[in-house]
Ligand binder design. Structure first.
Ligand code: CAO
Length: 414
């Protein structure tokens, strides 16, 4: 039995943030019924299309382990089906633009009337405040949540990251809120509203930068490279390039082949506890006793020299050789892995983190499987549904007869 078997999710999500959340719930065994507009569906089905006529990877990779029900919730019949679904399900998840559910006639008060045990979980761009009515996408959230202002190099513009911390990150936050509310419902017998604003989710993931904002009052941030370079700090947490955030200096360094391979780099941390071993490995044994290099404090103004010497060594090795040499010595390093390398990595395939999925329209494709492993609730990744693939099945389970389903189809409600 899967961990969430028996939990019914009314999945009103689209694009990325909400679908990330419901996919997680589906992986752990919840019955996820994705409600989509007839003939249209989730907009991502037809975004960034690579196989003409088939659902895009954008859609398929975010909507595994779900059933698709097409329903026009703006028709009378559609509203009636939705009411039945609300009564039947445990959780309703949505990430519509602010106000859309109220306009549809299914705001929180109505949901509670229909089913007081219902947990209504929403992603919005912003929480209550001046921007609560805004429609928000990934990069807007990264900018508004403090990530962009603290990402990039000091002498360059703010940068967005490739990690989808606004969308997928908020989906994760929402899943956590839903599980907490489900647990609470066991005791209270009541559902509740769960809200995960994208700005808040990004800020949560950037909390070390808010830590640094406050530390600025006590003086310059000594572990930032700009301290060693004598560059003054301003009023806000600056961009720290590839500095390591934990107080142990770290940088991305070139490895053998960097001239032609854009990913021939390693991350290298000069962890204080293994400084002597680092000196041995890079052939700078004299630095072990040299007062200018022997202690972390002495090294801080000399980090460019330190990392310059380490890079001279890493450039003679591949990123994997650096890993093989440093790992046994507990020197923290990490190869910069490309998506191609990750896709081909056998150990990720073995654990189900990279999964090959068969799809009737597009053949086989790779996806990221569930990154969280439960020993008693293993995940089997099931391909994403075609638009409306389960409409009849879901409606029959709700008690509709074949004739009723036909007339709903004729009326354009499904
Ligand atoms: N039947 C009938 N109507 C439906 C329907 C259905 N099954 N499903 C959706 N609709 C309607 C909605 O009711 C809404 O109608 P109104 O505007 O008349 O009320 C309409 O479709 C459009 O919904 P939307 O405004 O949510 O969609 P959008 O494409 O304009 O905006 C987005 C997309 C993502 C910007 C917006 O939904 C949003 O801000 N969501 C919250 C934040 C979020 O999740 N952002 C991350 C998205 S991933 O990058």
């Amino acid at each position: 039995m899967k961990a969430l078997e028996g939990v019914k999710i009314l999945d009103f999500t689209h694009v990325q943030s909400g679908p990330t959340c419901t996919q997680l719930l589906g992986w752990f065994g919840a019955d996820v019924i994705k409600v989509e507009r007839p003939g249209v569906g989730d907009a991502t089905r037809k975004q960034l299309v690579d196989v003409p006529g088939a659902d895009s990877l954008y859609f398929t990779m975010l909507n595994h382990n779900k059933r698709s029900l097409t329903l026009n919730t703006k028709t009378e019949e559609g509203k009636q089906v939705l009411e039945r679904l609300v009564k039947e399900c445990d959780v309703m998840v949505e990430n519509f633009a602010p106000g859309a559910l109220d306009r549809m006639g299914f705001g929180w008060e109505r949901i509670q009337e229909l089913n007081p045990r219902m947990i209504m979980a929403s992603v919005k761009g912003f929480g209550p405040g001046p921007y609560e009515d805004c429609k928000v996408y990934e990069n807007v959230a990264q900018c508004a949540g403090g990530s962009a202002s603290t990402t990039g190099f000091l002498d360059g513009p703010p940068l967005v990251t490739g990690s989808q911390i606004g969308d997928s990150g908020t989906g994760l936050h929402l899943a956590f809120g839903i599980m907490t509310a489900l647990y609470h419902r066991e005791k209270s017998g009541r559902g509740q509203k769960v809200l995960a604003p994208m700005q808040d989710g990004v800020l949560n993931l950037c909390r070390v930068k808010l830590r640094d904002q406050q530390r600025l009052k006590a003086g310059p941030l000594r572990e930032y490279s700009q301290f060693g370079e004598g560059i003054e700090f301003g009023e806000a947490t600056p961009r720290a390039g590839n500095d390591s955030g934990g107080g142990q200096p770290g940088r991305i360094l070139k490895c053998k082949g960097w001239e032609s391979d854009p990913n021939a780099y390693t991350y290298f941390i000069t962890q204080a506890a293994v400084w002597q071993k680092i000196c041995d490995v890079i052939g700078k044994t004299e630095w072990k006793e040299d007062a200018d290099f022997a202690t972390p404090d002495a090294r801080l103004p000399r980090l460019n020299e330190v990392f310059g010497a380490i890079e001279e060594w890493t450039m003679t090795k591949t990123k994997f050789e650096v890993m093989d040499i440093c790992n046994p010595l507990d020197i923290p390093v990490g190869p910069i892995l490309s998506m191609k390398e990750l896709a081909e990595e056998p150990s990720l395939r073995a654990t189900g983190t990279i999964v090959e999925v068969e799809h009737p329209e597009r053949g086989s494709y790779l996806t990221v499987g569930c990154p969280v492993k439960l020993s008693d609730s293993p995940v089997e990744v099931v391909r994403s549904p075609l638009l409306g693939e389960h409409s009849e099945e879901v409606l029959e389970q709700l008690g509709y007869s074949a004739d009723e389903i036909i007339s709903m189809r004729e009326a354009g409600a499904i």
